[in-house]
Design a protein around this ligand. Structure first.
Ligand SMILES: [Zn+2]
Ligand SMILES: [Zn+2]
Length: 232
């Protein structure tokens, strides 16, 4: 059976009203970004990872800044964390003299990916296995949570079930996915028909963006990204 902590996390994810794995991934990302802001400037390990990857990716860099300004009203921790790779590179470049006119390698040897992206993808892999187990042994349903995923995460769960040779659970994941697909298609067709009616002047649609086919959008695009203030 799934452990209580995991089920508590899944129930919180279910309250976001969309793909469970997108929501679990967002929660893991938030926790890690908060940890960087809380202890990043004093954690040798974290600073080492950020130096090794020459910073963080665009999305996570700006998220750190936005989140800190939103919560603290300043950018002090972000500044301390960002100083590490810049100081390191600055001192390396000071000692380096260009003796060759060869083009630099596209990706310097040993350069790692964004540590936040790497951590989130590792945690999500663990969540995929946990979620499959909880779906397979019935603890997800017993906890009152429906399996609801985006297409990308359905594919991930199918891969995990396939790799585990768990044909029964694989079939149940596919069956759940079929239901979601049929429901999203019905909603999308209704939306297209309504828009066509509006376009032909039979009635006026005040706002063409009103009531978009959200089931279809969430199935294809996953949960909407969170704004710094926590809104979706
Ligand atoms: Zn998803
Ligand atoms: Zn990243």
């Amino acid at each position: 059976m799934a452990d209580r902590m995991f089920m508590a996390e899944v129930k919180a994810a279910a309250r976001c009203g969309g793909c469970l794995l997108c929501a679990l991934s967002d929660a893991a990302e938030d926790r890690y970004l908060r940890a960087i802001l809380r202890e990043g400037g004093s954690s040798e390990r974290l600073l080492g990872e950020i130096v090794d990857s020459r910073g963080v990716c665009r999305e996570h860099g700006w998220r750190l800044l936005d989140d800190e300004i939103e919560s603290e009203g300043n950018a002090l921790s972000t500044c301390c964390v960002f100083l590490a790779p810049v100081e390191e590179l600055g001192s390396v470049l000071k000692k380096t003299r260009t003796t060759s006119r060869r083009r630099p390698r596209r990706k310097p040897k040993g350069l790692k990916g964004c540590p936040v992206c790497l951590m989130v993808s590792h945690v999500v892999e663990c969540y995929e296995s946990e979620l499959l187990r909880a779906f397979g042994d019935g603890s997800l349903a017993a906890g009152g949570v429906d399996l609801c995923l985006c297409l990308r995460h359905y594919a991930a769960l199918e891969r995990v079930a396939f790799a585990a040779g768990d044909d029964d659970t694989l079939e149940r994941v596919r069956s759940r996915q079929r239901e979601d697909i049929e429901s999203a298609l019905a909603e999308a067709r209704e939306y297209i028909a309504a828009q066509n009616v509006a376009a032909h002047g039979e009635h006026t649609c005040a706002d063409p963006r009103a009531d978009p086919p959200l089931q279809l959008v969430r199935l294809v695009a996953g949960l909407p990204r969170r704004r710094p203030n926590g809104d979706r």
